[in-house]
Ligand binder design. Structure first.
Ligand code: SF4
Length: 226
């Protein structure tokens, strides 16, 4: 009798343990990018979920010939739950528009899905994700790559490039050349749009912005021609 009474709770514990293990290992395989918000909010593969408001999934067209990958959500993204909606997002939108592109025609995500920050008074200052956090979150980036199946991925900044290539690279080393990610997908590396916001000299900022728009224009042409 005692055994029979224990069975349901044992079963329940085992189910909870299994779910816990899946969350910890990120064992969930997605069938659609629509499942991403719920899945990343249940993710415990690293500790960034603890202090963030919510996970920020990638958004846009899937499948899509072009996928943009940034670093991680910032303060605005963390509060709103959408990628590239803060000042860097406004800069990216402007550059996409100047390159003749519609944000809805591509897929945009980040290498890491939860906001990492340091409190400074009332502000939350962005902190770069660690190598371990980038590696832990790669599970979701790889699933997005599979579901979006892009011909071209643009890494916006060194953190995104590191996540996609699995090694440290600099923008200067890799910018301007195509790197194969697979038989069907190439990678281009460029700056993160937040870099443009930090250039104090206006002439240099304008020149860097033009170069960024030129890269997006070429990417758009390349995807449409391949
Ligand atoms: S940052 Fe990525 S790996 Fe870490 S908890 Fe969030 S979704 Fe999971």
């Amino acid at each position: 009798m005692k055994n029979e009474e224990e069975q349901p709770s044992t079963r329940m514990r085992s189910r909870v343990d299994d779910e816990g293990k899946q969350a910890l290992t990120g064992a969930r395989t997605l069938k659609s990018t629509r499942e991403l918000p719920e899945a990343i909010n249940a993710c415990r593969r690293c500790s960034l979920w603890k202090s963030a408001t919510q996970g920020v999934p990638g958004e846009g067209k899937a499948p899509s010939g072009l996928m943009l990958v940034g670093e991680a959500p910032g303060d605005s993204e963390d509060l709103q739950g959408h990628p590239f909606v803060g000042p860097a997002g406004a800069m990216l939108d402007r550059a996409l528009e100047d390159a003749g592109m519609d944000r809805k025609s591509l897929y945009i995500t980040n290498a890491v899905k939860h906001f990492k920050f340091e409190p400074r008074g009332k502000r939350r200052l962005h902190v770069k994700p660690s190598a371990g956090e980038i590696e832990a979150c790669k599970w979701w980036l790889e699933q997005e790559m599979r579901l979006v199946s892009p011909k071209l991925v643009i890494a916006l900044g060194a953190t995104a490039a590191r996540a996609l290539l699995g090694r440290v690279v600099t923008i200067a080393q890799t910018r301007g050349s195509a790197l194969p990610l697979s038989d069907t997908t190439d990678l281009w590396v460029t700056i993160h749009p937040s870099f443009l916001l930090r250039i104090p000299d206006e002439r240099r900022r304008r020149a860097e912005y033009q170069r960024f728009v030129q890269e997006l224009t070429e990417a758009h042409r390349w995807v449409n021609g391949n």
